[in-house]
Design a protein around this ligand. Sequence first.
Ligand SMILES: C[S@@+](CC[C@H](N)C(=O)[O-])C[C@H]1O[C@@H](n2cnc3c(N)ncnc32)[C@H](O)[C@@H]1O
Length: 230
Amino acid sequence: MKSVPRSERFDDVYFSAEDGLAETLHVFLEGNSLTARWEDRDFRETFTIAETGFGTGLNFLAAWELWSRLRVQNNPRRLEFISVEKYPVNSGFIKDVLSGWQDEFGDLLMRFCDLYPVPKTGMHVIDAAEDVRLTLYIGDVAEVLPKIEARVDAWFLDGFKPASNPEMWTADVFAQMARLSHAGTSFATFTAAGEVRRGLQAAGFEVHKVQGFGRKRDMLSGVFTGGVAS
Ligand SMILES: C[S@@+](CC[C@H](N)C(=O)[O-])C[C@H]1O[C@@H](n2cnc3c(N)ncnc32)[C@H](O)[C@@H]1O
């Protein structure tokens, strides 16, 4: 049985108690159609993912693993993964929590645990592989997002549930997402909360309610169209 970390502060789990990795694959990787987009090489030289809520790094590891599996030899393309975390965990905690997926992640797991920084406030640039860079900001999403300059191709919205952590799902956060997005930038999130759907629409995202993971009936995914919803 894999251990499932829980936040007392937000009264929520970091990922699904049923199967956290399967949830990540369904919600974030397939919610952003990453397999298809990466197989089709449907992007410029760098593919940039931005995430709200780094937590244990499970989403990052899963994206890195998929990227390295689909990578073509000598492919000049790069994966940039940007994430923001206000209440960082330490590497020992990550090792404990993610060790249940040793078979799925292989060497990447130990490499990630070794590279994970002492999580002090500020920016940490981690070259995980020749073609994979993690930029981890330790700070509040409201303060960090306005400072980021990037051309984001896919968003992972993984703050705790909006009812217990509304700060991660504000109009300002959605406006920052829009600033960093381009036509075709996708997003995916585990929640189907109405205020999140409406907030993303108002910021210029086309939003779809799609099948959620496990016992969660619905989740949201979509693309940035730049228009303001009527
Ligand atoms: C559901 S967990 C993320 C799980 C994570 N993606 C993983 O793979 O383990 C939500 C994360 O958001 C972080 N968080 C909560 N409020 C935040 C804020 N205002 N700014 C940045 N991060 C925040 C929490 O500390 C927590 O790690």
